[in-house]
Design a protein around this ligand. Structure first.
Ligand code: NCD
Length: 358
């Protein structure tokens, strides 16, 4: 069985096939409109969402399937203290595939180990968001014509912005990618992304605090909002919330064919006046997300040939070691096996949230 927890769970060839299928779906929707007629998608959303949940639901409905689920933890048995693993086992009795969003990092991975049906990570805390990356890859491919030889600027909250973490991982596998990380120092990219992806894959990257300085070199500008809900100190959020605001006059220095992206929701980091600029691609990106989720459902339910099995990474269990990341699922749930992996840089990391364990 196959789940999608991390974008690297799929090979480049598999991603290419998903992109190809999504493009075909967008051109010939009627060909796919009844493929999943006897299938049910469960959307288990323990955290608010508009785009991701509705786009999963639209994806399944447009494939002729049905959808059930909940959109906040308060209306699920989590409010009674049920574990993520038990919820996943129970929902496996009712549905054919699960899309799960959870505030604790690693929760969808825990679900995938317990479920008997495929689990899709629809965002776990500040960690990963692989299906947003599917939307991002299709958008870059359609707008620039390629997924290689690109200078990509990632701007805003690179610390808590999970979409950026998954996108960097995905881009690490293409040739000629230059990454420009644009953020205040306090919201820089987490160490594990630097060590495990940027440094390990010898990616070309640089860091700057200045959007205007970076803009002229970019083929893609990926804006993100400052993630208020992940700050432990509200004053720090107030201080940093207006760090970047993209306006039309700033775009004067940018390339004519720049592709401006944003996973949405937007707060104020892109002026609405930019929406009419032909370089603004963020609403097209939302539509691309639905087509990619349709293709992903087809892939995981076996409609695109051999599904394959989940990878089984080398891990070890420990009664003494504990993950210290307060946002890790192992911190809020007692019954999870504490398991770790040894990384190439010599560090030991939690298998659920990937944080370094001292
Ligand atoms: C993103 C998310 O949930 O991480 N939104 C989305 O899925 N489209 C970005 C965000 O919330 O800022």
């Amino acid at each position: 069985m196959r789940s999608l927890i991390d974008i690297l769970d799929f090979s480049v060839e598999e991603l290419d096939k998903i992109i190809e299928t999504a493009i075909d779906i967008s051109k010939k929707p009627e060909k796919y409109s009844a493929v999943c007629r006897d299938k049910i998608l469960a959307t288990l959303f323990f955290e608010p969402s508009t785009r991701t949940r509705l786009s999963f639901e639209a994806a399944m409905l447009r494939l002729g399937g049905k959808v059930l689920g909940f959109s906040d933890a308060g209306s699920s048995s989590a409010a009674k203290g049920e574990s993520v693993a038990d919820t996943a086992k129970t929902v496996s009795c009712y549905a054919d595939i699960i899309a799960m969003r959870h505030p604790q990092e690693g929760a969808p991975y825990v679900a995938s180990r317990a479920a008997t049906i495929p689990v899709i990570n629809a965002g776990d805390g500040g960690h990963n968001h692989p299906t947003q990356t599917l939307a991002d890859l299709l958008t870059i491919k359609k707008e620039t014509g390629r997924l290689h030889d690109l200078t990509v600027g990632l701007c805003g909250d690179l610390k808590y912005g999970r979409t950026v973490h998954s996108l960097i991982s995905a881009l690490s596998r293409y040739e000629g990618i230059n990454i420009v990380l644009i953020s205040p120092k306090e919201l820089g990219i987490p160490d594990y992304v630097k060590a495990d992806v940027l440094d390990k894959c010898e990616m070309n990257y640089r860091e700057t605090e200045c959007l205007e300085e970076a803009l002229p070199s970019l083929d893609v500008l990926y804006m993100t909002r400052i993630q208020r809900e992940r700050f432990s100190d509200p004053e720090e959020y107030e201080r940093l919330k207006d760090s970047y605001i993209l306006t039309l006059d700033k775009l004067d220095g940018a390339k004519k064919e720049l592709c401006i992206m944003h996973p949405l929701p937007r707060v104020n980091e892109i002026s609405v006046k930019v929406d009419d600029d032909p370089r603004a691609c963020y609403f097209k990106q939302a539509k691309n997300g639905m087509y990619m989720r349709m293709a992903l459902i087809l892939k995981l339910l076996g409609y695109m040939g051999e599904v394959g099995d989940d990878a089984t990474p080398e891990t070890f269990e420990s009664d003494e070691l504990r993950c210290q990341n307060p946002k890790c699922i192992t911190v809020t749930e007692q019954e999870i096996v504490h398991a770790f992996k040894k990384c190439d840089d010599g560090s030991v990391r939690c298998i659920y949230c990937e944080n370094k364990v001292e």
